[in-house]
Design a protein. Structure first.
Length: 320
């Protein structure tokens, strides 16, 4: 089956000024960036709480904040011991644009996310996906059919294990439940948990029966990264998916559900570095930036800087 990729629009201003891919059939990359614009179809409870048209601009907001790194990827980076973000390697970074950008919500085709992610994987690249709504993760993970020994590491304040919510089965409250139903997902770890979310006792029970490992944000703070790494199941391949409300509100105010006590910038970097010591990272997703709730683009800036570090962490691993 051939795909014309017309549902992908090239980025006008690419992430950190990296080259742009206008047709995934021609992709040549080690790491490929992709914006997605799926919106979970939950009904608005209150008539006036339309979250605004800016909801779908999370990828653009991140790209805008990444502009400070244009031509800077070879500058000294104090987040790496050798100071070199790309570890002295010629890492092929490519921005693949946006899936279903500027499409009306009732005309979104979420399978387009699966098609684009699968093509990036088939081309031998690691997809780094950015978007507003974590429901997108469901469709990205469907692209990994055929992978073996796959562990999902989910950074989030909430477990997202609802079978359905308000009649919706493919939204941000259902992500890990849907992941658990995918035959290729062998294990799961959920890090940064705290506060009250959509989970009820039955969701906790189902997640634990599946074997999901829960690591509360407080336990990560108190026990450190090393102990956390020991709790993450051994696997050959890891997908890291991040809901931005996992972060401490001081570094990420622009999210839908702020909850105090989140994980820090340094903890996030160290978690991803630790995972590269356990197996191969085959995808990183970061969702739930809500630009209309952000303060001076601060959350988008945090995410852009984290993405630079994720790229550098993969570059420092043996997989490139």
């Amino acid at each position: 089956m051939t795909t014309d990729w017309k549902f992908i629009k090239p980025a006008a201003d690419s992430f950190a000024g990296v080259p742009v891919c206008k047709n995934l059939d021609n992709l040549q990359a080690d790491i490929a960036l992709l914006g997605v614009h799926y919106i979970s179809p939950y009904p608005q409870v209150f008539e006036k709480i339309e979250l605004s048209e800016r909801l779908e601009e999370a990828p653009a907001a991140i790209r805008r904040q990444s502009s400070i790194f244009i031509d800077h990827l070879h500058h000294h980076n104090f987040d790496f011991d050798d100071g070199d973000t790309l570890a002295g390697k010629k890492v092929r970074l490519v921005d693949c644009g946006d899936v279903d950008r500027d499409v009306e919500k009732d005309q979104l085709e979420p399978q387009h996310i699966t098609l684009a992610t699968r093509k990036i994987l088939d081309k031998g690249a690691v997809p780094i996906i950015m978007g507003t709504d974590e429901g997108s993760c469901i469709f990205a993970m469907r692209a990994y059919e055929g992978f073996k020994s796959l562990c999902v590491v989910h950074l989030d304040a909430h477990i997202d294990w609802r079978k359905e919510r308000d009649g919706v089965t493919e939204g941000y409250s259902n992500v890990m439940r849907r992941a658990s139903e995918m035959a290729w997902v062998e294990s799961m770890t959920q890090i940064g948990l705290r506060g009250i979310g959509s989970a009820r006792p039955e969701e906790i029970k189902d997640a634990q029966e599946f074997g999901s490992v829960f690591i509360k944000a407080r336990d990560l703070h108190q026990n450190g990264i090393s102990e956390c790494m020991q709790q993450i199941p051994t696997a050959d391949h890891y997908i890291i998916t991040i809901d931005s409300d996992v972060f401490e509100s001081a570094i990420a105010p622009g999210v839908l559900y702020n909850t105090p006590g989140g994980i820090t910038y340094d903890e996030t970097i160290d978690l991803v570095k630790g995972i590269t010591g356990k197996g191969k990272i085959v995808g990183i997703n970061i969702f739930e930036l809500r630009p209309e709730r952000d303060i001076n683009g601060f959350t988008a800036s945090t995410i852009a800087q984290l993405m630079i570090n994720f790229i550098g962490t993969i570059a420092h691993s043996d997989q490139i």
